[in-house]
Write a protein that binds this ligand. Structure first.
Ligand code: KG4
Ligand code: ZN
Length: 347
């Protein structure tokens, strides 16, 4: 089966052609336009601006995904090679989501192709199924993105339980907000990782919130305040943050976040005796996070298989929407598919 997948939940407009055959899910094309540069001066996304960019890019991106998936003009490829249309219907920004959802509904209606609405959050985990045929149930899933931090336990595609999540800011959101405080451009996660990598230890230490709590929840807004207080203190004596201090702050922030993510996730792995862990979302592109997971699971003698998507499939992209649709998607009548900005986990 081959599908056209569309993702437009936030500031990325993405379309992909994804196929499932006997040896798994493969990506034939994955095209993404981003309005990221436009949001950097404001240090965050202005929903109205993001939606306007979606309007501009949705059709060119769909066209390019189709024409690069196989030879032929876009309409012919769509009519002759595509068996269904998958689309993110939530969560996300309403104006952005609507562009993808309404485009997919129109295509499904006109071409009489099945429509598969996809939960963006679950798709972040299912990015791991791309070119990977060896994942089996049960598994623990950790979603770490700009908007979400959630732990889930999957017994099957349809049978999963939410175990815990952030009580305030998401891990990526904390990195981005801290980036603003220390003068790193939005989105700050990748640059914080790069700077942290330049040093091996830091005399600066920040608290990993909820590290000792027995639940599987997270909280990252206190970390932002702690960093803010630290920076104010430094700025009493220094006009600007010295490079070395900035790098040390990045190291300490990243460590505080990773430590609690790994501790709580491995605790879920032990409680549910899960042999497999899937990471997903923009923050899962962080190599130090993966390294720490491997290190700590070895230290605790957990026989754990750990998967994280390729960087191109960690941040928002349509290929992961296609992967979810092909592995676990359910067809819906176009008349009943609506954008749902508040969508969370429904089982
Ligand atoms: O999944 P995503 O593209 O968008 C949402 O669905 O939210 O995640 C974006 C988030 C941003 O907060 C960004 O700072 C973070 O992922 N991020 C990273 C890295 N690359 C992106 N965080 C840590 N390390 C990275 N290498
Ligand atoms: Zn996302």
């Amino acid at each position: 089966m081959r599908i056209l997948a569309i993702e437009s939940s936030c500031d990325e407009t993405s379309a992909a052609v994804v196929e499932k055959n006997n040896d798994g899910v493969h990506v034939l094309s994955n095209i993404t336009a981003t309005s990221l540069l436009m949001h950097q001066p404001t240090g965050g996304i202005i929903p109205e601006n993001a939606a306007r960019e979606q309007v501009k890019w949705i059709l060119p991106v769909i066209e390019e995904a189709l024409t690069t998936s196989t030879q032929g003009n876009a309409l012919e490829v769509l009519k002759n090679t595509i068996d269904g249309i998958a689309v993110t219907y939530g969560p996300g920004l309403i104006g952005s989501l609507l562009m993808g959802v309404e485009s997919a509904r129109a295509l499904s209606f006109i071409l009489k192709k099945p429509l598969l609405p996809v939960n963006h959050l679950l798709a972040h985990l299912y990015a791991n199924f791309i070119d990977n045929n060896e994942i089996s149930f049960p598994f623990i899933g950790l979603i770490v993105s700009g908007g979400h931090t959630d732990l889930l336990y999957f017994k099957s595609h349809a049978d999963y339980t939410w175990l815990g999540g952030t009580r305030d800011d998401a891990a990526g959101e904390a990195l981005d907000k801290i980036g603003r405080i220390i003068g790193i451009k939005y989105p700050a996660g990748a640059e914080i990782e790069k700077r942290a990598h330049l040093i091996t230890d830091s005399s600066i230490k920040f608290t990993s919130p909820l590290l000792g709590s027995s639940d599987l929840d997270f909280s990252f807004s206190g970390l932002k305040s702690e960093v803010s207080r630290y920076v104010e203190h430094i700025k009493k004596t220094e006009n600007i943050l010295p490079e070395e201090t900035l790098n040390q702050i990045c190291f300490a922030v990243q460590y505080a976040i990773i430590k609690v993510l790994v501790r709580k996730t491995l605790s879920a792995v032990s409680i549910y005796t899960a042999p497999t862990l899937l990471l997903g979302g923009g923050v899962s592109a962080n190599q130090t996070l993966k390294k720490y997971f491997v290190q700590e699971s070895a230290k605790h003698k957990l026989d754990l298989k750990i998967y994280s998507p390729l960087p191109a499939y960690s941040t928002d992209n349509a290929a992961m929407i296609g992967a979810y649709a092909l592995m676990a998607g359910k067809e819906a009548d176009w008349k009943n598919v609506k954008a749902n900005p508040e969508l969370y986990f429904t089982t």
